[in-house]
Design a protein around this ligand. Structure first.
Ligand code: SAH
Length: 378
C-alpha cells in the first residue's frame, strides 16, 4: 500500500486526541503527505502552513481561506496540538519557565528570557542528556530520549501562544531569538533539530532568521561541520576548561573529541567574521577552572577564531560538587580575556527564584510526583 511508502519517508504521525492526527510541528513535506492521504490537492499544504506557522491557529474553524466543508473535514481527521503545560512559573525579573509534558509522560523545560532590546527562548532538544557534564543538573537525570522535530517546534509555538505573539510580527518581537541551550545535546539529535529549525526559519511562517538562532554544543565535532553547512545558525561551544586533563573530567565528551579537534572544527565553521563570532561558554567553578593562568591560556587557544567568551557564574544545585567562583575571580578572569581581544561578558543569572537553572524544575517535578505516588500507596 502507498501508505507504507509514506511511513518510510515521513515520521509517523504523533498520536492525537481521539485518533485524529496532529499537524502541529510538522514540516511541509509531511503536511503535503497528509493532504495527499485525504485526497486534497498539494497547495492545501501551503495554506495550512500559513495558518499553523504564521497565524498560530490551533482550530481549523478560523482558517477562513479554506471552504467551510473542507475545514470540517480537516477537523474530523486532524488536530493541531501543543505540548501540555505541567507547570508554569514567572520570575520577578520577567523570566518565564514552562515545564512541558508530552503524551508519554516525559517532561522538558523551556524558558523565556526578556531583555531590553530582544527576547530569547531557551529550547530543549532532548529529555535528559547523555553527556554527564559534572556541573550540569540535567546530567543527573537518568531517562533520556530524543525530542521529535514537532516537540521542539511545539515549545516555541506554546511560548508564542502564552506571549500572544501571533501572527508572526516583523519587528519588536517578544521572542526574537532562540537558543538551543535547554536540556539535551542538540548535535546528538541533529536530524530532529535540523528539521525543527528549518520550520522555524521559513520566511512564510515563524520566520526567525538563522542569525537569531544559536545552537550550543558540548562539542560533537563531526556534526559541527554538517550544522554549519546545512543550517549555518550561530554556534556556541561549552568549553569550560582550557586543557584536556580538566575538560576530560568536567565535560566527558572531551575524551572522544579533545580541545584541539574541537577548535579546528570551530575555525572551519562557515561564515565566521568579526560580525559573526562563535560564542565560547565558560562556567566559572571556584578553584577549578578560574585562575588567571587559565584565562591567559583561553586567549591563546582562541587566537585566530572570531570569538566572544560568555562567562557563566555556576548555578548551584543541591549536592553539586562545585561552588561558584568569587566575584573577584570572575572579574579578574574577564579582564584578562578582554585585554586579550575578546568580549567577555559575565552572564547575569536570571530566574533564580523559579529554578530556571537547567534541569532543576524537572527534577523538582519528578520528586513531587514520586512523593505523591508514595503518599497514595500508603
Ligand atoms: N548540551 C548543550 C546545550 C545544553 S547546556 C551544551 O552543552 O552546550 C547549556 C549551557 O548551560 C552549557 O554551556 C552548559 O555547560 C551550561 N550549564 C549547565 N549547567 C550549568 C550550571 N549549573 N551552571 C551554569 N551553567 C550551566
Amino acid at each position: 500500500m502507498s501508505t507504507a511508502g509514506h511511513a518510510r519517508q515521513f515520521a509517523p504521525p504523533a498520536p492525537a486526541a481521539e485518533g485524529r492526527r496532529n499537524l502541529g510541528g510538522r514540516d511541509l513535506g509531511e503536511l503535503a503527505a497528509e493532504m495527499a492521504a485525504i485526497g486534497a490537492p498539494a497547495f492545501r499544504a501551503r495554506q495550512l502552513w500559513h495558518w499553523i506557522y504564521h497565524r498560530g491557529a490551533t482550530d481549523f474553524a478560523v482558517m477562513t481561506t479554506l471552504a467551510k466543508d473542507f475545514r470540517a473535514r480537516l477537523a474530523e481527521t486532524f488536530v493541531i496540538e501543543r505540548p501540555a503545560i505541567a507547570e508554569s512559573r514567572h520570575s520577578l525579573d520577567g523570566t518565564h519557565k514552562w515545564l512541558l509534558r508530552f503524551p508519554d509522560g516525559q517532561e522538558v523545560e523551556t524558558v523565556h528570557i526578556p531583555e531590553e532590546d530582544r527576547g530569547t527562548l531557551c529550547v530543549s532538544s532532548q529529555v535528559g542528556c547523555t553527556l554527564t557534564c559534572r556541573f550540569c543538573h540535567t546530567g543527573t537525570q537518568r531517562l533520556v530520549r530524543n525530542l521529535s522535530a514537532a516537540e521542539i517546534v511545539g515549545q516555541l509555538m506554546l511560548a508564542r501562544d502564552a506571549l500572544g505573539e501571533w501572527p508572526s510580527p516583523n519587528d519588536g518581537r517578544l521572542i526574537s531569538n532562540i537558543v538551543l541551550m535547554g536540556m539535551g545535546e542538540p548535535l546528538y539529535n541533529y536530524d530532529s533539530v535540523a528539521k525543527a529549525l528549518k520550520i522555524v526559519m521559513d520566511g512564510e511562517g515563524i520566520a526567525i532568521s538563522r542569525r537569531r538562532i544559536t545552537l550550543s554544543t558540548a562539542g560533537v565535532v563531526p556534526m559541527i561541520k554538517r550544522c554549519g553547512e546545512e543550517l549555518n545558525v550561530n554556534l556556541a561551544i561549552s568549553l569550560h576548561a582550557v586543557n584536556d586533563e580538566l575538560r576530560d573530567q568536567i565535560v566527558p565528551i572531551n575524551r572522544k573529541y579533545p580541545i584541539a579537534e574541537l577548535l579546528d572544527a570551530c575555525r572551519n565553521y562557515p561564515g565566521l567574521s568579526n560580525a559573526r563570532r562563535i560564542t565560547f561558554e565558560y562556567v566559572m567553578l571556584k578553584d577549578v577552572n578560574d585562575s588567571p593562568a587559565e584565562a591567559r591560556e583561553l586567549v591563546r587557544l582562541l587566537r585566530g577564531i572570531p570569538a566572544k567568551v560568555n562567562l557563566i557564574p555556576f548555578n548551584p544545585w543541591p549536592g553539586a560538587p562545585f561552588d561558584c567562583s568569587t566575584d573577584t575571580a570572575i572579574k579578574r578572569f574577564s579582564d584578562i580575556v578582554f585585554a586579550g581581544g575578546y568580549a567577555s561578558p559575565v552572564r547575569t543569572p536570571r530566574g533564580q527564584d523559579i529554578m530556571a537553572a537547567c534541569g532543576q524544575l524537572k527534577s523538582a517535578s519528578i520528586k513531587k510526583r514520586r512523593s505523591e505516588m508514595t503518599a497514595a500507596a500508603v
